[in-house]
Design a protein around this ligand. Structure first.
Ligand code: SF4
Length: 416
């Protein structure tokens, strides 16, 4: 049995209740972080739900208007989130990245999509009834990679176009609203499930409530030198982007995460610790790097990637309009000056001593903005640029990243 066949077999059996119960109990022994246990559990529940109800599963890219799909009782399965998480586990699927080339993904695409196409192409995750693409983070990789998967699996495909550089223009707003209605029409036709306006209204209002807890976490992250690892914060953003099946689950996870701050911190690091704001791509979850920073009395207090969790828009009568405004205002879609304002607003709230801008392999979208952002922040902060890869561990030079961080810490000390 080859590796991918074995993994498919294992994942499916993991989803049988007694086996999944035992697996989550074993997983709980592997971590002392209570919110981690909750999220393992919730993800395994969600995957099980998707295996069992493939007539409701829609593969989607990251930062997609999933509220609409949930209001139709569909199950949005985010390809980047699941692809990256499988591809990052060393040795789990050794050829995950190479597989994406074999099925036609361009070498120039970003490594997030090499990971997601490489994993999904191996047919190990729950099958989809429909595949939905688009340009939700302002790049076309999310259009092409999902299209490639739909061709491979001969599954109906629909894409929405999200206008970029939105600054409240009526035409862009109306255009995107029409795109959302097109999405609803396609989903209703291909799945037989009906769009429920009142359910969407309920989801939007729950999102507002849950988002307040998310802001609480952002605040704690800025204040407390925590032992909760950086990958954990990436997960915190991801669950509010894809809902892991329901916003109730997300809320439960956030409540636990907030409590975790009480005991998972570095008490010896006081006010003199150096606070770093991490802009651009998220750090690959290298636990060692976080401890390396802690040894140098430093911690990451802000991660821009967490802005992927889009703030709720102001209330409107039409819930579709709320969704349209919300996604048009995502930090990756707004004009670069506005993105800079979002960063500066966060930086103003707390004291930060230095900034890292991290690029990731193949991301034209955020990489090309690096010099503009760095130029605009370097007068007020010591800044270093780190060229790395958020997904493929083989491209992350750990020693090189440490050297860049040491350079930043020296710059901070020179300023003090
Ligand atoms: S990493 Fe960059 S290129 Fe890839 S999906 Fe995200 S924004 Fe697009």
């Amino acid at each position: 049995m080859d590796a991918s066949k074995f993994l498919r077999f294992a994942l499916k059996h993991l989803m049988i209740k007694p086996v999944s119960f035992t697996a989550s109990t074993v997983a709980s022994w592997l971590t002392n972080i209570k919110s981690d246990r909750i999220i393992y559990n919730q993800y395994s529940k969600f995957i099980r739900e998707c295996y069992r109800n493939s007539n409701r599963v829609a593969w989607v890219p990251f930062v997609y208007p999933v509220e609409i799909l949930y209001s139709m009782n569909l199950l949005p399965f985010t390809t980047e989130v699941f692809g990256i998480n499988c591809a990052r586990v060393p040795g789990l699927i050794p050829d995950a990245f190479e597989k994406a080339f074999q099925v036609g993904l361009s070498a120039d695409s970003c490594s997030f999509h090499h990971a997601s196409v490489g994993i999904f192409a191996q047919n190990i995750l729950p099958k989809a009834k429909i595949i939905l693409g688009g340009t939700p983070t302002g790049c076309e990789d999310q259009y092409h990679s999902l299209r490639i998967l739909s061709k491979m699996f001969k599954t109906k495909y629909y894409a929405i176009d999200i206008p970029r550089h939105y600054s409240g223009e009526k035409e862009k707003f109306e255009y995107f609203k029409d795109e959302l209605y097109g999405l609803i029409e396609f989903c209703e036709k291909e799945t037989g499930f009906k769009f429920e306006k009142e359910e969407l209204r309920r989801i939007n209002s729950r999102y507002r409530e849950v988002y307040q807890k998310y802001e609480q976490i952002m605040q704690l992250k800025a204040d407390v030198p925590t032992k909760l690892y950086e990958g954990h914060f990436t997960a915190i953003s991801s669950v509010l982007v894809d809902f892991v099946g329901s916003l109730e689950r997300v809320e439960k996870y956030f409540d636990k995460a907030i409590k975790d701050f009480n005991y998972l911190n570095f008490p010896e690091m006081g006010d003199s610790s150096k606070r770093i704001a991490w802009i651009g791509h998220p750090i690959i979850p290298l636990r060692k790097l976080q401890y390396f920073l802690a040894e140098n009395n430093a911690f990451i207090g802000y991660q821009e990637f967490m802005e992927s969790t889009v703030p709720p828009p102001s209330k409107r009568n039409d819930p579709i309009e709320e969704v349209a405004e919300k996604y048009l205002s995502a930090y990756s879609n707004v004009p670069i000056e506005k993105r800079l304002d979002i960063i500066k607003k966060r930086l103003k709230k707390h004291r930060y001593d230095g900034i890292v801008y991290m690029t990731s392999w193949g991301c034209h979208q955020l990489n090309s903005a690096a010099s503009y952002i760095v130029e605009n922040l370097k007068e007020d902060y010591p800044v270093v640029l780190i060229d790395s890869d958020s997904c493929n561990i083989k491209n992350v030079g750990e020693e090189q990243v440490k050297m860049r961080l040491e350079a930043l810490l020296e710059l901070i000390e020179q300023r003090e």
